[in-house]
Design a protein around this ligand. Structure first.
Ligand code: FE2
Length: 236
């Protein structure tokens, strides 16, 4: 499985509190069958300078994690890095915003305010696509205006990320399948934050889709779509 939305990097946000917790989270992900895992720490973007500050802080977090992982790299997934960018303004105007994409790709994980719908959201995403970026909308299930957003995004090239925990709720099961059969790019990630209440549950969710639907659909949600997105938007 490929997990493109997690908060395993230490001391970056409300995710891993320290390197030890990062390693426990990554080992658990690996045990559950995750082979590639993206660290997507939160960033709220209101100026160009905070892109650089974020990247510097993220580099330091990666260095301390890598140091502690020496000798046990084979017990954790392959690690890639990005950000989860809060979208409450048109971030395409900031120079260097593409540096927040997942390592070596044009994929940018973005999240919106959960309750306040704004018709400009689709325009902001469209502006990002004009820069060659493919926005991945984080935990799409979380927005109270989900239907309006879906309509607005009908012709915008985006991917829809849903949280593994959501798959465990029957009420969302049909919705996710509906998106899939409307040929939307849907991927399921953990959005893991810790080893407690927000621990990864990728395997349970994968098994549920296999049991109640099919291994083929589960493969698309948990691996193939993410894998295609990573490879097709790779920056040469
Ligand atoms: Fe997140």
């Amino acid at each position: 499985m490929i997990d493109l939305h997690t908060h395993f990097l230490p001391e970056m946000d409300d995710g891993a509190k320290n390197v030890d917790e990062s390693i426990l989270m990554l080992r658990e992900a690996y045990k559950q069958g995750v082979s590639v895992c993206a660290g997507t720490s939160h960033i709220v973007l209101h100026s160009e300078s905070n892109i650089e500050a974020f990247l510097k802080k993220r580099d330091n977090a990666i260095v301390s994690l890598r140091k502690k992982l020496v000798g046990s790299e084979n017990l954790v997934p392959k690690l890639i890095y990005g950000a989860e960018v809060f979208l409450d303004n048109d971030i395409s105007k900031y120079n260097g915003v593409e540096k927040l994409c997942l390592t070596g790709t044009n994929l940018l994980l973005v999240e919106f305010p959960t309750r306040e719908y704004n018709p400009e959201y689709a325009e902001w995403l469209y502006s990002l696509t004009l820069k060659g970026i493919v926005p991945v909308i984080a935990h799409f299930e979380r927005y109270s205006y989900i239907n309006e957003l879906l309509d607005d995004l009908d012709s915008v090239n985006v991917a829809y990320q849903m949280n593994a925990k959501t798959v465990m709720k029957n009420s969302w099961f049909k919705f996710i399948l509906g998106l899939y059969y409307h040929e939307k790019k849907v991927l399921i990630s953990s959005d893991m934050h810790n080893m407690g209440l927000r621990k990864t549950c990728m395997k349970k969710a994968y098994d549920k889709i296999c049991k109640y639907y099919s291994k083929e659909v589960a493969g698309d949600f948990f691996e193939n779509t993410a894998s295609q997105l990573i490879s097709t938007v790779f920056i040469k």
